[in-house]
Write a protein that binds this ligand. Structure first.
Ligand code: NAD
Length: 256
C-alpha cells in the first residue's frame, strides 16, 4: 500500500516509534529511523527492519531538542512523504519544584521539534501534492493530570499545531493529525512496574490494573502495533479527508 513512500519517524529506536516504523515498513514504506544515540545497535535495528520487510531502512542520528538537528534530519533523508513526530520524554514534579531545564527540554523535544520537522518537510510534500503528518500526542494532549505540567502543555500544543498545519495544507493532498494514546506498554512504562509494585505492595497484575490503568476503562494497555496500525490507516486513502483531528487509542480514558 505504501510502496515508494518514504517515512521519517522521530525517536524510533524503541517503543512506539519503533512500532510505528515496523507497521509502516510492513505496509511497504521505506523508513528512516532516528534517535540522538547513534549506536551500532541503532544501525542494526535499521538493517533488521529492512531485511524482514524488503524495504529501504536508514538510521539517521539527530537530536530533537535542537532545531537545526530537526531540520537537518529531513534534509539528510532527502525529504519524506510521511512524517511521524514521535520523539518524547517525560518528567514528573509539582510545578513549584519543576526544574526549568526539564521544562525547556520537554517543550523542545515533545513540541518544538514537530514545528521544525514539519516546516522542513512541507515544501517537498506540497511539490508532490501528497503528504501525511502524524503527530504522536497523548491522552494528555486532551486531558490533564497533576505533576506533569511540561508534558501536558507540550502535548496540548502538539494537538493545536496539528490543527493549524491541517488548515494550512487543506486541499493540497496533505493531512496532519494527532494520535492520542493512553498507556502503551513500552520499555519506558515496563520499567515503572517494579517500582510501583514496591511502592503499593501489590503484585504485577494488581498494580497494572488498580494503579497504572486506573484511568483507562478497558484496564488494558494499548500496544505499539495498535499505534502503528492507526498510523498506517492515517496514511491510507480511506483517511484522505481525515485532517486536523485527534484519534484516541486509550481504552476509553477520554470518554470518562
Ligand atoms: P520511549 O522512551 O520508548 O521512546 C522515546 C523515543 O524518543 C526513543 O526512541 C528515544 O530515543 C527518543 N528520544 C528521546 N529524546 C530524544 C532526542 N533528544 N532526540 C531524538 N530522539 C529522542 O517512549 P514511548 O513510550 O515509546 O514514547 C514515544 C512517544 O509516545 C512520546 O512522544 C510519548 O510522549 C508518547 N506517548 C507514550 C505513551 C506511553 O504510555 N508509552 C502514551 C502516550 C503518548
Amino acid at each position: 500500500m505504501l510502496q515508494g513512500k518514504r517515512a521519517i519517524i522521530t525517536g524510533s529506536n524503541s517503543g512506539i516509534g519503533l512500532g510505528v516504523a515496523e507497521e509502516l515498513a510492513r505496509a511497504g514504506a521505506d523508513v528512516v529511523l532516528n534517535s540522538f544515540t547513534d549506536r551500532a545497535e541503532d544501525h542494526a535495528l535499521a538493517a533488521d527492519l529492512a531485511a524482514r520487510h524488503g524495504v529501504v531502512v536508514r538510521y539517521i542520528a539527530a537530536d530533537m531538542s535542537k532545531g537545526a538537528d530537526c531540520r537537518a534530519l529531513i534534509e539528510k533523508a532527502g525529504g519524506c512523504d510521511i512524517l511521524v513526530n514521535n520523539a518524547g520524554i517525560q518528567f514528573v514534579a509539582p510545578i513549584e519544584e519543576f526544574p526549568t531545564e526539564k521544562w525547556d527540554q520537554i517543550i523542545a523535544i515533545n513540541l518544538t521539534s514537530a514545528f521544525h520537522t514539519t516546516a522542513a518537510a512541507l515544501p517537498a510534500m506540497r511539490a508532490k501534492g501528497w503528504g501525511r503528518i502524524v503527530n504522536i500526542a497523548s491522552a494528555h494532549g486532551l486531558t490533564a493530570s497533576p505533576f506533569k505540567s511540561a508534558y501536558i502543555a507540550a502535548k496540548h500544543g502538539v494537538v493545536g499545531l496539528s490543527k493549524t498545519v491541517a488548515l494550512e495544507t487543506a486541499g493540497q493532498g496533505i493531512t496532519c493529525n494527532a494520535i492520542c494514546p493512553g498507556y502503551v506498554l513500552t520499555p519506558l512504562v515496563e520499567a515503572q512496574i517494579p517500582d510501583q509494585m514496591k511502592v503499593h505492595g501489590m503484585d504485577r497484575e494488581t498494580v497494572i490494573r488498580e494503579v497504572m490503568l486506573l484511568r483507562q476503562p478497558s484496564r488494558q494497555f494499548a500496544t505499539v502495533e495498535q499505534i502503528g496500525g492507526t498510523t498506517v490507516y492515517l496514511c491510507s486513502g480511506a483517511a484522505d479527508q481525515v485532517t486536523g483531528t485527534t484519534i484516541s487509542v486509550d481504552g476509553g480514558w477520554t470518554a470518562l
